[in-house]
Design a protein around this ligand. Structure first.
Ligand code: IPE
Ligand code: IPE
Ligand code: MG
Length: 246
């Protein structure tokens, strides 16, 4: 039986977050430039989005560019921005065909203007879709996001529009960029690295982690389905004991 057939559709994670890693090493393994790995990585993105639509995952969040990635060589950063722009433009129609709504989180204003414009256009054109929300984390870092939320809350307290005892988990979460998106039940990182690299720190407090050695350009929907099957074998206890769960 294939992995897809092993998935219990009644116990799907609602939200899968992915750290797409290993593009550079994948290219290097074939004696190619790192940028070639990023271009090939786009094919994986397409397949994974369709895989999510195929099985009924409602939220998919992809770490596409971290705040720290700005420190890469300029040629690589420029190439990544170009790949982002051309992919958004080429794929909007397919997103609509698959009823996927595009969303973006991160310090979007720090992106090149062309990127911002194309993102806004694609988000507008796909805003009516309800099958799956695809969120791209761009110029994103969780510490940046948590600090930004903290500053907003502090400002409201200072202006007396919010009382300190009104600061609850729900209130805090509503100030994060992921407002209206449930916390991910499953986080996948490719390429054999076992870290979260400043990704969704608040949101992943109780997320199940899945690490695979597969490099991102080789990651396809069968690998995604394998991760979902693995996730479904786990018992999520949230601090309780086994016997307390139904
Ligand atoms: C992930 O692949 C893509 C981005 C971080 C933009 P990498 O570019 O990190 O590839 P490796 O980890 O160097 O192989
Ligand atoms: C994390 O990958 C960021 C993205 C996938 C966009 P990196 O390759 O940048 O992370 P580190 O440097 O290995 O932690
Ligand atoms: Mg990497």
């Amino acid at each position: 039986m294939g992995f897809k057939e092993q998935i219990d559709v009644n116990r799907l994670p609602k939200h899968i977050a992915i750290i797409m890693d290993g593009n550079g090493r994948w290219a290097k393994n074939q004696g190619k430039m790192r940028i070639f790995g990023h271009e090939q990585g786009v094919l994986s993105v397409k397949d994974i989005v369709e895989g999510c639509v195929d099985v009924g995952i409602e939220f998919l969040t992809l770490y596409a560019f971290s705040t720290e990635n700005w420190h890469r060589p300029k040629e690589e950063v420029d190439a990544l921005m170009q790949i982002l722009i051309s992919t958004i433009n080429k794929e909007t129609e397919t997103l609509n065909k698959n009823k996927v709504k595009l969303n973006a989180i991160g310090d979007i204003e720090s992106l090149p203007q062309e990127c911002i414009d194309d993102l806004n256009e694609a988000m507008g054109k796909t805003a009516h879709n309800t099958k799956c929300t695809l969120t791209l984390a761009l110029s994103y870092s969780a510490k940046w996001e948590i600090l930004a939320a903290t500053k907003k809350i502090a400002q409201s307290v200072k202006e007396n529009t919010l009382q300190v005892d009104q600061i609850t988990e729900e209130l805090f979460a509503s100030k994060l960029t992921t407002v209206n998106i449930p916390d991910p039940e499953l986080m996948i990182r490719t390429s054999g690295e076992h870290r979260i690299s400043n990704y969704l720190l608040w949101q992943m407090a109780y997320t199940e982690f899945y690490f695979t050695d597969v490099l991102w350009p080789d990651f396809r929907r069968k690998d995604l389905f394998e991760a979902i099957v693995d996730y479904q074998k786990r018992e999520r206890r949230f601090g309780k004991i086994s016997e307390q769960l139904n």
